[in-house]
Ligand binder design. Structure first.
Ligand SMILES: NC(=O)c1ccc[n+]([C@@H]2O[C@H](COP(=O)([O-])OP(=O)(O)OC[C@H]3O[C@@H](n4cnc5c(N)ncnc54)[C@H](O)[C@@H]3O)[C@@H](O)[C@H]2O)c1
Length: 311
């Protein structure tokens, strides 16, 4: 049985990936420091996995896990994911995203793993798009410390994989949304809007709301991430391949919640790209990726989850 070690498995995307892998009968181990994730995210599968509360920056702690669990495949999702935090604390961001990744990639080499799957960010590594949709050949020119650290992580994974002969897959996720996404901090706009709608609070839109993003449902992301445990090589964009404005999200939130949600427009935020969406042709061809959940259906599922899980 293939053993898969998932870092960040108690987080938003990680917990869906773990569920998908358990369903496919992999032997799954999870490393998470629980800094932003929560064990309750894993409650459905906790009896079927092994869990270590370990920080990916801790070489000894992670090495103990490698020697006990002997993973065939590593799926590395643990990260500092807050863009604004990364600008204020670039060293702390890099410690997790660069040094943590380097630690895992070097242990993957030493313990002779077969594959390494790395969660990167299509929204952060390309910077301001020079053309749309953005494909994997688009220049990478991050405009945040988070983008720079995620991109550095990609390079370290590739360098180790090429030097030591293990396969590697880099998944550049677009804006992922769905159940369990934490609305605090800088999380996704869909989660923030739905939580505000649930509390009867107005939605805050920065700028004119015509900025666009590529929104992809978390279970579609979990499925393709689990597929990458067996197939693919190199870099793949993972999104919906569609462009949606924040104003369109506002309308969808009104429609799905059936509530007369108010909107306040505030000053645009510096350092955010105006428009972006991803070309997902390569993932379609090589990973058989097909985003199955359309935006309205995904927002409905997320709303139902918020209503039954958030007090
Ligand atoms: N959510 C998105 O839209 C999105 C988009 C692009 C890329 N990503 C990437 O996907 C991955 C998962 O993101 P998410 O949205 O699920 O975030 P999340 O914060 O919910 O999950 C991250 C998990 O990693 C854990 N973690 C953080 N630092 C750690 C450390 N030093 N050691 C061990 N565990 C640690 C956290 O406790 C958490 O469980 C990240 O690598 C992120 O960069 C996310």
């Amino acid at each position: 049985m293939t053993t898969v070690l998932v870092t960040g498995g108690a987080g938003f995307i990680g917990s869906h990936v773990v569920e998908e892998l358990v369903e496919r009968d992999y032997n799954v181990g999870v490393i998470d420091s629980l800094v932003s994730g929560d064990l309750s995210n894993l409650e459905r599968v906790i009896d079927e996995i092994e869990f270590w509360r370990v920080d990916v920056q801790d070489p000894r702690g992670v090495e103990t896990v490698f020697s006990e669990f002997e993973p065939d495949v590593v799926v590395h999702l643990a990260a500092q994911t807050n863009v604004r935090y990364s600008m204020r604390n670039p060293v702390a961001d890099a410690s997790v995203n660069v040094m943590g990744t380097l630690n895992l990639a070097s242990l993957a080499s030493r313990y002779e793993v077969e594959r390494f799957v790395y969660a990167s960010s299509g929204g952060a590594v390309y910077g301001e798009p020079q053309y749309l949709p953005v494909d994997e050949e688009h220049p990478t020119r991050p405009i945040s410390s988070y983008g720079a650290s995620k991109l550095a992580g990609e390079h370290y994974v590739r360098v180790y994989a090429e030097a030591d002969g293990f396969d590697h897959v880099i998944l550049r996720y677009a804006n992922v949304y769905g159940p369990r996404q934490d609305p605090r901090g800088e999380a996704g706009v869909i989660s923030i809007f739905l939580h505000r709608a649930a509390r009867g609070e107005p939605l805050r839109v920065f700028g004119d709301g015509e900025q666009t993003r590529d929104f992809v449902f978390v279970r579609d992301v979990a499925r393709v991430t689990a597929d990458a445990v067996e197939k693919g090589r190199g870099v793949y964009n993972i999104g919906s391949g569609r462009e949606t404005s924040v104003n369109e999200i506002v309308e969808l939130v009104r429609k799905v919640t059936g509530r007369d949600v108010k909107v306040v427009y505030e000053d645009a935020r510096a350092g955010e790209v105006r428009r972006i969406y991803l070309d997902i042709t390569r993932a379609r061809k090589e990973l058989d990726f097909e985003p199955e959940t359309d935006l309205e259906e995904g927002v409905k599922i997320t709303w139902e989850w918020i209503k039954s899980n958030v007090p």
